[in-house]
Design a protein around this ligand. Structure first.
Ligand code: MD3
Ligand code: FE
Length: 213
């Protein structure tokens, strides 16, 4: 019998070895995810961090989980303390952890147990220049990202800053798993285009789940 989709899930788009887009994978829980983000930000507000080079980041950030990512004059690091509130980070909600674990498993990374969730908030014009994520202890662990709200153009590069990049539109509910040989690829986000999204208003949010330690 003709079965066009016996092997290929049309919602799964391989980007490169180790990088898999799960289109709209979080669609049914985006409302829950946004409620949790609001609850987390009420206790640990979004801030624009200053990079070690002295630049104010256009992306505002907060975290949940045992550890949070931060940037300051000393460098980039994971910390159990929110330097702005002087408190720890809110626990990672079970819905967050379960989504990340399930998506990692679907991409071939069984047993993913993130201890950090960085929450990025983009306003119009906010961007992330090309960078590598290498502040985590075990780079064999993948990163799972979840996009919410306004769409953004993601840049996916190679292993050197000057390598060619491909452009990928990331939309509301999209999940991407980045592991294996893709874990150290350069990547970034082009300046966000203004708009209004029914759930997130004038913003884009991105969750990145990491095993930091
Ligand atoms: C590719 N965030 O927080 S998520 C970041 O949309 C970050 O906010 C972007 O890059 C955002 O560090 C992109 C996609 C992503 C996350 C981690 C990666 C892509 C990655 C690690 C390795 C390769
Ligand atoms: Fe990154």
């Amino acid at each position: 019998m003709l079965d066009l989709f016996a092997e290929d899930d049309p919602w799964q788009e391989p980007l490169a070895a180790g990088a898999l887009i799960l289109r709209r994978r979080a669609r049914d829980i985006t409302g829950q995810l946004m409620q949790q983000i609001e609850r987390i930000a009420a206790r640990n507000p979004f801030h624009h961090r200053i990079t070690p080079g002295g630049h104010r980041m256009s992306v505002a950030m907060t975290n949940c989980g045992a550890l949070g990512w931060s940037a300051d004059s000393r460098g980039y690091q994971y910390s159990a303390q929110d330097e702005f509130s002087g408190q720890g980070w809110p626990a990672m909600p079970q819905t967050f952890h379960r989504l990340a674990e399930e998506c990692a498993r679907e991409a071939g990374f069984a047993g993913f147990n993130p201890d950090a969730c960085l929450i990025n908030r983009y306003e119009p014009g906010a961007k992330l220049t090309l960078h590598q994520d290498k502040d985590e202890r075990d780079l064999r662990q993948p990163i799972v990202s979840v996009s919410l709200g306004l769409p953004a153009v993601f840049l996916f590069g190679g292993f050197e800053r000057g390598d060619a990049t491909q452009r990928v539109l990331l939309e509301h509910g999209d999940v991407v798993v980045w592991g294996g040989p893709s874990r150290l690829r350069y990547h970034g986000i082009l300046p966000l285009k203004a708009g209004i999204h029914p759930l997130t208003g004038a913003f884009r949010f991105n969750l990145t789940f990491r095993r930091a330690r």
